[in-house]
Design a protein around this ligand. Structure first.
Ligand code: GMT
Length: 378
């Protein structure tokens, strides 16, 4: 199949899912065209089946806002015609589903029918999409997609609650590539850079936005370090990072916390991690938690959104109410203070992660694509 994938290129869940999905589809012989404004961070262009088409928005003094949707829909039309693309898969409703719909209509005017699949990722629904300024356009573009998927049952229910949706929504969860975790991790960034042999390593990875409740991460860690010899790895960058660094200073724990910023060594850091912290306000799925679990790392998370569909209570970790840092710290200590318990949770985390192996999830997308293309031709 020839597939156009539209996504955000940045560090962050939806872009990562879209890129990994496209790369695996390419490995399976499909021709994949990534269409976005910058080369996605995880995109290696070494596969002959992978193409990247950049969307450029020329600056013009009259524009207060640059018309990205316009440029994107135009690029989609041109690439579909040039490469004979058979299907568009847009990740994150805003503004991709809207631009995809416009492209579809333009192509229809030229006698080309092409199906569009929209994958809802989370904040496009729960935080941004439901804002009154966007709601009508988001509702329209979801209802005018040929197929809609969401990354968790919880996000599906949120979508049905927040919007007037007449389309079926199929749940296709996020995935991880377990095979790559067998790679040799014994090179440069070694464990000793992060902690001594006796110290346990805790990690948080995110885009440091408010929704991640960064002060809760630090509060949980602060409580744990009062009882156990631990270090905290803070990976990622975003608006809350500077405040977080100041908070660590204020609490006198700066020497126990390492801020990495955006890192390409996430896998290596996770391979040395003992416990992952994700106390988010809301999380449609929690890909970062799954990535940790795939390295056999148990998770202490909030119980909001789709997190209970990924992190199994008392099995791969524990879940607490949003903001209950007291309980999160207590549960974390109960896992970390005993090596046998930690070992059991580590094994369990990996077992649960296996459910989400790309090998199990990718065929769900492939069969949806086949159905969409077949029905378009009827
Ligand atoms: O977590 C973020 O803020 C980034 C965001 C994104 O779209 O890039 O992540 C969302 O999509 C991920 C992939 O489907 C999910 O695993 C994340 O849970 C979701 N984030 C939120 O719902 C806050």
């Amino acid at each position: 199949m020839k597939i156009a994938i539209v996504c955000y290129p940045t560090f962050g869940g939806s872009g990562v899912v879209a890129t990994e999905l496209g790369l695996e589809l390419a490995r399976r012989g499909h021709e994949i065209h990534f269409i976005t404004y910058r080369q996605p961070v995880r995109l290696a262009l070494l596969n002959p089946n992978v193409f990247y088409h950049e969307v450029n928005v020329p600056e013009y003094a009259l524009f207060h806002y640059q018309p990205y949707e316009l440029a994107l829909s135009s690029k989609l039309v041109d690439m579909v015609k040039l490469y004979g693309i058979e299907l568009m898969h847009v990740h994150y409703a805003i503004p991709h589903a809207y631009a995809g719909y416009m492209a579809k209509q333009m192509l229809k005017g030229e006698g080309i029918e092409i199906p569009m699949i929209t994958t809802l990722h989370g904040t496009d629904i729960t935080l941004v999409g439901s804002h009154p300024f966007y709601k009508s356009a988001v509702t329209f573009s979801i209802n005018h997609s040929d197929y809609v998927t969401s990354v968790s049952e919880s996000l599906k229910q949120d979508t049905l609650k927040l919007f007037d949706i007449i389309k079926e929504i199929e749940v296709i969860p996020n995935f991880i590539e377990l095979e790559k975790n067998t790679e040799d991790q014994s090179i440069p960034c070694s464990r000793s850079v992060m902690a001594t042999e006796n110290q346990k390593i805790l990690t948080h990875i995110s885009n440091f936005r408010k929704v991640k409740r960064i002060p809760d991460v630090i509060d949980v860690f602060y409580k744990i370090q009062q009882k156990l010899d631990v270090k905290l790895m803070m990976v990622g960058d975003g608006p809350e990072k500077e405040k977080a660094e100041l908070l660590c200073e204020k609490l006198g724990i700066s020497s126990k916390v390492i801020f990495f910023g955006n890192s390409n060594e996430v896998d290596r850091i996770l391979s040395y991690t003992d416990l992952f912290l994700l106390p988010s306000e809301t999380e449609s799925f929690g890909l970062a938690a799954l990535e940790a679990m795939a390295w056999g790392v148990p998770v202490i998370s909030s119980n909001s959104g789709g997190l209970p569909e990924v992190n199994f209570e008392g099995v791969s970790g524990y879940l607490s109410d949003v903001g209950d840092t007291e309980e999160m710290a207590k549960k974390a200590i109960s896992i970390l203070e005993d090596d046998d318990t930690l070992c059991t949770f580590k094994k369990n985390a990996l077992e649960v992660a296996k459910k989400f192996d790309i090998k199990n999830i990718l065929p769900l997308y492939e069969s949806l694509y086949e159905k969409a293309i077949k029905n378009q031709k009827l």
